[in-house]
Design a protein around this ligand. Sequence first.
Ligand SMILES: [Fe+2]
Ligand SMILES: [Fe+2]
Length: 482
Amino acid sequence: MSEATVEINYDDLIPNNVNLSGDGKLKRALESWQPKYIDWWNKAGPEETGNFEVYLRTAVGVDPAGWAKFGHVRMPEYRWGILLAPQEPGRTIPFGKHKGDPVWQEVPGEYRALLRRLIVVQGDTEPASVEQQRYLSKTAPSLYDMRNLFQVNVEEGRHLWAMVYLLVKYFGRDGREEAEGLLERRSADKDKPRILGAFNEQTPDWLSFFMFTFFTDRDGKMQLASLAQSGFDPLSRSCRFMLTEEAHHMFVGETGVGRVIQRTCEAMKQAGITDASDIAAVRALGVIDFPTLQKRVNFHFAVTLDLFGAEVSTNGAAAFNAGIKGRFGENKLKDDHVLTNDSYMVSRVVDGKITAEAEPALKAINSRLLDDYIKDAARGVSRWNKIIRDAGIAAEISLAHKGFNRKIGQFSADFITPDGEVVTEKQWHDSKDEWLCSRADEDYIQSLMKPCLDRGHYAGWIAAPRVGINRQEHDFEYIRID
Ligand SMILES: [Fe+2]
Ligand SMILES: [Fe+2]
């Protein structure tokens, strides 16, 4: 019997569709990791929420038509499971120098270190975001939003399980050590920080949470989509199923910011304010003005672009060439999928001007993923702008130039405005508060963060959602607190 036909076993301590009970060594290793995971959840996960009964979806299958069930559960009792998308019979490596060979079911020795690193870096982001969001439940704008936060949190926890499964099953002792390390690092810890920069930033308020789920979870989507193409089949199958859950995280981000925008529009219209740049007048209404929203967009966009790594990268080339990490939508692209003779245009500053130059396509793999990400994010931003337009207000949210405020890659040594103008370091710093939130802006956002926990009610700075989760009525009790 192949793994693909193994039903999900919910009687096991660890729900799974990978026939865990048939692999005693793996089962014991994961069962010894599980209490450490719960300990991590209790220490670093959502604070003081262990008794909350939360209306959560739990993955109970990998059938696209009915993979989740909903019900109230206490989060420490959530059934974190190991679920892989079904095996595709006869699947071949879709790209790189092994293109057309049968996919690997075991780790190819020559790529062991590369694969392990990719899995560890992906795995590290999952618990990191839970840690960043630890205190948000204290200031939730509604039970609905708090429920969505927790849904995202438990699923990031499950994504950690997905990566730990791969490490423990396929990488022996060093895989087990890496699995321990994933629970030992902490977001923003000065001795043992998380691996990537954006995952050591703070998520101090709910606007930041919505921006994070819109921008940074979308990086997650791009990374998972590239790894879902992998020639290492267990990684591909893990990532394919993770993408099913990831869609909800982006829904939370896009509709979260969309509801903030909608509420601002409503309040401005009601007060007869037409000038969106009159920050004081808009703030007097207790909503978030668009210039401040734009600054937050600028911040989260740049921090997330840094996650793609150097645009021109030999590691990126190696992972593609090896058949380990593909491109976004690899199977839909119309080229030879080997790329040894192709080039890709990469932007950089040359003689004080932003210029696009041809690079070998293999080395520019990260640059391409970054550009694909920007297009994907821009579609969401245009849906936000439609809300503003429909309200008849003259304002627009935009994405900054990709060189703005970068710490990694082609533009990290340059000073570029959101409009894509190259300026001096002094000019940039003199204008910084026009582009990124000042202390006063942050204080204003923080002043709005008061919990609103009555059923069917929402804080004044955010509109109610159009539909409930799983089509529940508007005053549904998404969370039972005591
Ligand atoms: Fe995730
Ligand atoms: Fe996510």
